[in-house]
Design a protein around this ligand. Structure first.
Ligand code: PMP
Length: 311
């Protein structure tokens, strides 16, 4: 018996791909973060950020939370807000799926949609969330900067991966939205064994891959995969823990997400396809010592209305 649903966040299964990439010199293992109670890896950081703010006394009973979110952090925060009695406002760019918007509204969050505006614009979703937080005295979860995001991945996601692989992991591959997953997991894995390779899976059109390689962000392009990539590097993306990048197109991401669903029974979302497509390239090179571990950040239910999931 569990005291509440929040206790069920984390400790997700690590599953070996049985069919996809089974001819490659290295195995691919996927961490099933879509099996968290809120359906994504973001449940971990939602709980960690709220726990941290409560402990520091800056979040008090009856207050309202606000966050700039691609949707998944919003769902995670909605679970925590429901269990702990907070209000929730989510600010989302219009690019994000109808499925996520309606899930948040059904969960009782107030949803504000912003144009897909660049970071320099007042209408950018992060700037809108910051302004509303200031004007209304709402607690900004601030996932792009809050160190509790990176920390929870060091303390939980990475520890689980070390445990579940018996320490044998050769490389870790993940995309970056806030950078919390790759920075936290990567840092802890490298502290455990410094020869573990950490690779960023970045959508073609994101500026992050160039930034990792050269220190200067690439051009700001458009792409359809949700939750990863950015025009500017977020504070929680730590360049020093990343050894290389793989650039993945929308077509490759969505094709791989469909294959995960149909060939493996892994009911994953679009960025899972990006991660696995990148993991396959790393596995094919066969240069690392041990299996390639990657993440399925969320599930197909967030994208049911999207063209790439239609038959
Ligand atoms: N995939 C999806 C679908 C996401 O929503 C997110 C979070 N924005 C990520 C991947 C990336 O995770 P992180 O923020 O830890 O970099």
């Amino acid at each position: 018996m569990s005291q509440d649903i929040l206790k069920q966040i984390g400790r997700t299964p690590l599953v070996r791909l049985g069919r996809i990439g089974n001819d490659l010199p290295r195995e691919i293992w996927v961490k099933c973060e879509h099996l968290n109670p809120g359906g994504s890896i973001k449940d971990r950081i939602a709980l960690a950020i709220v726990d941290d703010a409560e402990a520091r006394g800056i979040l008090r009973p009856g207050m309202t939370l606000i966050e700039a979110t691609a949707g998944n952090t919003g769902v995670g925060l909605a679970l925590v807000a429901a269990a702990r009695g907070y209000g929730l406002v989510c600010v989302m760019p219009e690019k994000m799926s109808f499925d996520k918007r309606s899930a948040l509204a059904t969960l009782g969050a107030k949803v504000i949609i912003t144009p897909n505006a660049p970071p320099s614009s007042n209408d950018n979703f992060r700037n809108v969330a910051q302004r509303l937080s200031r004007e209304n005295g709402w607690f900004l979860a601030d996932q792009f900067r809050n160190p509790a995001n990176v920390r929870i991945h060091e303390e939980t996601t990475a520890e689980e991966i070390i445990d579940q692989t018996g320490g044998s992991i050769g490389a870790f591959v993940a995309g970056a939205g806030t950078g919390g997953t790759i920075s936290g997991v990567g840092r802890r894995l490298k502290a455990y064994r410094k020869d573990i390779t950490v690779i960023l899976a970045d959508p073609v059109g994101s500026a992050l891959a160039d930034w990792i390689e050269t220190g200067t962000p690439g051009p700001d392009g458009s792409y359809a995969v949700e939750g990863i990539g950015a025009a500017e590097p977020p504070a929680n993306l730590h360049r020093d823990v990343i050894d290389g990048v793989e650039r993945i197109s929308d077509d490759e991401s969505f094709e791989m997400a469909r294959r995960l669903i149909r060939e493996e029974g892994l009911l994953a979302g679009g960025s899972s396809g990006t991660n696995v497509a990148a993991a396959i390239r790393v596995a094919a090179r066969g240069q690392v010592d041990g299996p390639i571990v990657t993440i399925l950040p969320d599930g197909w239910d967030r994208y049911r209305s999207r063209p790439w999931l239609q038959v």
